[in-house]
Design a protein around this ligand. Structure first.
Ligand SMILES: Cc1cc2nc3c(=O)[nH]c(=O)nc-3n(C[C@H](O)[C@H](O)[C@H](O)COP(=O)(O)OP(=O)(O)OC[C@H]3O[C@@H](n4cnc5c(N)ncnc54)[C@H](O)[C@@H]3O)c2cc1C
Length: 416
């Protein structure tokens, strides 16, 4: 379609802003609005799916670096051999075949917000009418840290397997030491859940072994009562929880964590580094919240820095937790808003999102946490809804079983 005809078409849909930003480079000529999604995690894959689920009038391209996606959710259960990686690995075949999403496995090198184009490492440049960026987090550097030796296992995959192997090889009476970065970081209860799962594994398999949790935060960040009880009662004598321990450097060869409270030597050292929005958020000039996260309008997740670009998932800076369940919810709000905007209408004015985490406490019990957020018209932010938020009174076997129902629903809602 030539540019003039396309402008007329877009104008007829009420897409005035798109008409002014007609891209200079178009590799796939199309007569229909084109939405590109960068990142095929819980946020991006859900957004791509629901755009096409709710409208066949848009073309959707999903660009994801990897052919397979390893879920962080449930990945702590790989560490204690309750699951294996293949059970939490997904691909994009259903999104492509059932929903007609064009899936490209490549790395996005750059975004040109003025010309509305995306450049891929493979050399292709694609034009978009609306762009969703959902790249998750990147890790900030830690002096001396070699993640090939000292795994973070905070992006699931080879890192998870490496940590699992290190735990399996750990001696009796060995020391597992883990570090937690200052918030905000991906999955607020996740590190404490990991401490419990590892403590349970060591209790059963490595007599005399201990878990030291070096937390940069002043207190347990999520499910405080549950984890405090687990650390001081369930795993008394095994878990040593140390608040206000800020990691300053790592000796990767000798497995030493240098912290503001002293040095801790480990047999297995698990460093979860401080985090920031994915690289592409920074290079596109979107990280305008504290220099780390992308400011967005929570009605549409459109960036407050660059028009026609939306940011969802861990990279967004609305203050909502960085978690997969709520990333899936944000994706639906964003997809709905984009379809409304493409039709010349404003986004829905009262979006609600919710977050849920089941936290395994042992190989048979789990706890849970949920929080709902609603758009506040005065502050124009997402505010927690206390009456719809809460946590389990105690870990239970029933919660452990329900955890798999919850996760399977989320996986299906994202990838199938
Ligand atoms: C141990 C652990 C347990 C967790 N448990 C829970 C839980 O119980 N409940 C819950 O809700 N959340 C949980 N989480 C958090 C959850 O995994 C994350 O919040 C979620 O994955 C964020 O989704 P996302 O789509 O924003 O990012 P990601 O899932 O990280 O997806 C981002 C994708 O973007 C791709 N990408 C990045 N940059 C580019 C680029 N330039 N070009 C192409 N592709 C790119 C990446 O390859 C990646 O696939 C847990 C996390 C951990 C570590």
């Amino acid at each position: 379609m030539n540019p003039t005809t396309r402008r007329q078409f877009l104008k007829s849909l009420g897409l005035a802003t798109l008409a002014t930003g007609f891209p200079a480079i178009v590799t796939a000529a199309t007569t229909r609005p084109h939405v590109i999604v960068i990142g095929g995690g819980f946020a991006g894959a859900t957004a791509a799916k629901y755009l096409r689920h709710w409208s066949t009038a848009v073309d959707v391209t999903l660009i994801e670096a990897n052919a397979n996606y390893n879920s962080c959710i449930l990945s702590n259960l790989v560490l204690n051999n309750q699951m294996n990686m293949s059970q939490i690995t997904f691909n994009y075949n259903v999104l492509a075949q059932k929903y007609g999403i064009r899936v490209i496995n490549d790395w996005v090198n750059g975004v040109d917000g003025n010309n509305q184009t995306v450049s891929l490492r493979g050399g292709t440049t694609l034009a978009y009418d609306r762009l969703i960026i959902a790249p998750g987090v990147q890790f900030l550097p830690v002096t001396g840290l070699d993640s090939n030796v000292i795994p973070h296992a905070w992006k699931a995959g080879v890192q998870t397997t490496l940590l699992q192997q290190q735990l399996a090889a750990m001696p009796n009476n060995g020391k597992f030491v883990m570090t937690i970065p200052a918030k905000p970081y991906r999955c607020p209860p996740g590190p404490y859940e990991r401490a419990c799962v590892v403590a349970d594994y060591l209790k059963r398999n490595k007599p005399g072994a201990t878990v030291t949790v070096l937390d940069a935060n002043a207190d347990i960040v999520a499910e405080r009562e549950t984890f405090n009880h687990a650390f001081t009662v369930t795993y008394a004598g095994i878990v040593n929880y140390v608040p206000n321990a800020v990691l300053t450097a790592v000796d990767s060869a000798r497995k030493i964590a240098h912290t503001s409270l002293g040095d801790y030597t480990a047999d297995v050292l698990n460093v979860i580094p401080p985090q920031s929005a994915g690289e592409i958020i920074h290079s596109t000039g979107l990280a305008n919240v504290g220099g780390h996260w992308a400011g967005v309008n929570p009605l549409s997740y459109e960036s407050t820095a660059v028009a026609n670009i939306h940011v969802i998932g861990d990279s967004q800076g609305t203050g909502q937790p960085k978690a997969g369940h709520i990333a899936n919810a944000e994706a639906k709000v964003c997809a709905d808003a984009i379809l409304r905007l493409l039709g010349g209408n404003p986004p829905f004015a009262a979006p609600v999102t919710n977050s849920a985490c089941y936290s395994p406490i042992s190989a048979t019990t789990a706890s849970w946490l949920t929080a709902a957020f609603a758009y506040d018209t005065v502050s124009r932010t997402m505010k927690i809804v206390p009456e719809s938020s809460g946590e389990a009174s105690a870990p239970s076997r029933q919660n452990y079983q329900r955890m798999f129902d919850w996760a399977n629903n989320l996986f299906a809602d994202t990838f199938a």
